[in-house]
Design a protein around this ligand. Structure first.
Ligand code: NAD
Length: 247
């Protein structure tokens, strides 16, 4: 489904990002994954190469808070492969610090990674995609971007911003054949969720109409669809992958 496409996936070392990297590789893409540290990037690459040593995948760890560093890394991908077809903005931190104990610095930290870093990657990607006549940008939102969450405003605020950025960019970039979408996962079995004890996870599952938590692959499938030509007329969409759970 992605044969010949070149993709950059941020937060690709584990969880949803790693599953998406793998899904894209299985579908013929060349992938450059970004992680926060060289060590975790190397670990992810080793694990992917173990699955298939032929997969065209490499990694980098630019500081996503540094717009110049992100631009340099994305421009290096274009230099090496001649194009950039897909940008997946997946790196993010979850947070539920109650507002009464949340500092301004903490709020800014969440917004910096979950929102500003997306913009840092979008800037060089849009320049490349405009020049080559099209492309596709997909960001990871969250189910909390619909109704907020019971405790903590930083995380839902950041994910509402992801949706706003997605919808606005889709309208602005449509004329350049650049599609912009987001995927909004519900509770997904990444390391953090897998570590929760049964007495915490079971009531969560009972609140999910499909009666199971999502798997990273469920979310990766949505990224694959949106990145592929099957979604050629889909832009400005925030696709829920949450088993119909309402947070
Ligand atoms: P995870 O913690 O397993 O992975 C997060 C990824 O982001 C890692 O690859 C990590 O290297 C990267 N990252 C974290 N901090 C970074 C930093 N400062 N600089 C660069 N990279 C950094 O989490 P996940 O659950 O796979 O989350 C991925 C995305 O999915 C996030 O945007 C998260 O908000 C969203 N999400 C997750 C769930 C869930 O239940 N797991 C639900 C809704 C939304």
């Amino acid at each position: 489904m992605l044969k010949g496409k070149v993709a950059v996936i941020t937060g690709g070392t584990r969880g949803i990002g790693y599953a998406t990297v793998k899904k894209f590789l299985e579908n013929g893409a060349t992938v450059v994954l970004f992680g926060s540290r060289q060590e975790t990037v190397d670990k992810a690459l080793a694990s992917l190469k173990e699955e298939n040593s032929e997969w065209p995948v490499e990694g980098a760890c630019p500081d996503l808070a540094d717009a110049d560093a992100v631009a340099a890394q994305i421009n290096a991908v274009k230099e090496k492969y001649g194009r950039l077809d897909i940008l997946v903005n997946n790196a993010g931190i979850s947070d539920s610090t109650p507002t009464v104990s949340c500092t301004a610095e903490h709020f800014e930290k969440v917004m910096s990674l979950n929102v500003n870093a997306i913009f840092h990657a979008v800037l060089p990607a849009v320049a490349i995609m405009k020049e080559q006549g099209g492309g596709c940008i997909i960001s990871t939102s969250s189910m909390v971007s619909r109704n907020g969450q019971p405790a903590g405003v930083a995380y839902p605020t950041s994910k509402f911003a992801v949706n706003g950025l997605t919808l606005s960019l889709a309208r602005e970039l449509g004329p350049y054949h650049i599609r912009v979408n987001a995927v909004a996962p519900g509770i997904t079995r990444t390391d953090m969720v897998a570590a929760l004890p049964d007495e915490v996870i079971q009531p969560m599952i009972q609140a999910i109409p499909l009666r199971r938590v999502g798997e990273p692959e469920d979310v990766a499938n949505a990224f694959l669809f949106l990145a592929s030509d099957l979604a050629g007329y889909v832009t400005g969409e925030v696709l829920s992958v949450d088993g119909a759970m309402i947070c």
